[in-house]
Design a protein around this ligand. Structure first.
Ligand code: SAM
Length: 440
């Protein structure tokens, strides 16, 4: 295990007055994961299964050259891990995130001077609402059916009471209130609700909502005390839109990019938040989830193909020609598999939109970065019907075509058994997560 430790961490000895944290050593395998989040203030407010670790951020931020703009960009901000870390380093930060749930959670993790007072109001409002259950009739048909499979009826009625209480006290649109009640919802479900959507089949212990509320509020209060003096709300902002085009960020204004895009054929970020989308009334059916959420995100799963299958040629020519050639061969192989496999999965339609959208985001990063600025990305490869798609290598090639220099791509960890698709799809290739680094 010792040789897997990054020496960087073991050697870190930071001045105690620094806003940076003296993190404990962590194994390399955990860098791309959310498994250390629980031990970091603010980060732990929402443990996002697709998030990377604050320790990965630390490695990247320690390399920031003092001569560059002190601004970080994360074009795939998720739950704002990169932004929170940047603020703790005293940097400014900007992130893009078109997913309405993740944007609100990310913004809630950028507290300001009034946050402690607001937290108290939120706690009072939610506690009062939990005591005033509301009818399930508040929910439309699909949400009612789905949420009833995740909670006992009395619990769901209490949670709706809390939601309505926030509405009555003008806290319904408050990002921190959204985060706190979403966490209560999550903890009081008897189903596993994160990640590749296992609910309602996979069970877990449900925590009483009032107890969950106290736990969450206590943790946030402790952390606000610990990070007092860091003006997260002044330093960082999240733009709620796709990062394929971000004129809001000026040319050459960014000193460092740290990011992790949706992985090909991995999480459907709309599906994985179905419980929250339904609970908050943001979407009320599968169709609305597609139109209001999936349609805004990078196309990375076959569930997201609506409106994209027809535009394959357009997407293909948006990809640098060197990569296009390799991809067209893979697309042909996938089309053959679609015809002969029972599942008829349309993986062949995923490849061009995915790499075209990633190309657009990388071009925007390049434009926003100052000369000499560093780029870091954590990304995985995929096997579709057993055909290996080396996304990290294609992204490396795309970066070079755009003009980045010193582009490297190193394996950080191999992913667990469930990602090794030999049994399921005939692939001999184990899948991994890779750190791509480059300089503008
Ligand atoms: C791997 S996650 C990033 C997680 C993040 N590093 C964290 O620690 O929370 C990828 C994120 O990209 C977002 N995303 C998808 N399409 C996007 C787009 N076109 N523009 C910006 N973000 C997008 C997804 O909603 C998801 O939150």
């Amino acid at each position: 295990m010792a040789d897997r430790m990054l020496p960087l961490f073991a050697d870190l000895r930071l001045d105690s007055s620094s806003p940076r944290r003296n993190y404990s050593p962590v194994s390399k395998e955990r860098l791309p994961t959310n498994t250390t989040t629980y031990r970091h203030p603010v980060h732990r407010w929402f443990n996002f299964i697709a998030g990377f670790s604050p320790e990965f951020m630390q490695i990247c931020l320690d390399q920031l050259d003092g001569k560059l703009p002190r601004v970080l960009l994360d074009p795939f901000a998720g739950c704002a891990t990169a932004l929170v870390s940047a603020c703790q380093y005293g940097l400014e930060a900007v992130g893009c995130e078109p997913h309405p749930i993740l944007t609100k959670i990310g913004r809630a993790k950028l507290p300001g001077p009034d946050t402690a007072k607001r937290l108290w109001q939120i706690e009072v409002a939610i506690a009062a609402g939990l005591d005033r259950p509301q009818s399930l009739e508040l929910l439309s048909k699909s949400p009612q059916k789905f949420l009833s499979s995740l909670f006992s009826r009395p619990i769901l009625e209490s949670l709706l009471g809390a939601r309505e209480s926030l509405r009555q006290r003008d806290l319904f649109d408050n990002d921190l209130a959204f985060l706190v009640l979403s966490k209560v919802v999550d903890k009081s479900s008897h189903s596993q609700t994160d990640g590749i959507y296992k609910a309602p089949a996979s069970r877990k212990v449900a925590i009483d909502p009032l107890k969950a509320l106290r736990q969450i509020v206590t943790a946030i209060r402790e952390d606000l005390d610990e990070v007092r003096g860091i003006p997260f709300d002044k330093l960082a902002r999240i733009i709620e839109k796709s990062s394929e085009r971000i004129p809001e960020v000026a040319d050459g204004s960014v000193g460092i990019v740290v990011t992790s895009p949706p992985y090909l054929n991995n999480f459907d970020f709309a599906e994985m938040t179905r419980m929250f989308l339904y609970f908050w009334g943001i979407a009320n059916s599968w169709g609305e989830i597609t139109d209001k959420v999936r349609a805004k995100l990078v196309v990375n799963t076959t569930t997201a193909l609506k409106g994209h299958k027809e535009k394959q040629d357009q997407y293909r020519i948006e990809i640098p020609s060197r990569v296009q050639e390799h991809l067209s061969d893979l697309v042909s192989q996938l089309a053959v598999q679609r015809r002969i496999r029972a599942g008829k999965k349309e993986y062949d339609f995923l490849v061009y939109p995915y790499f075209a959208q990633i190309t657009a985001v990388l071009r925007e990063c390049y434009r926003c970065m100052a000369n000499g600025a560093a780029f870091h990305m954590m990304v995985a490869d995929a096997a579709l019907y057993g055909i290996h798609i080396s996304a990290p290598q294609f992204i490396r090639d795309i970066l070079e075509e755009i003009g980045f220099r010193n582009v490297t791509c190193s394996l950080v960890r191999t992913r667990g058994y469930r990602w090794i698709l030999e049994k399921r799809d005939g692939s001999k290739q184990g899948l991994g997560e890779y750190h791509i680094a480059a300089i503008k």
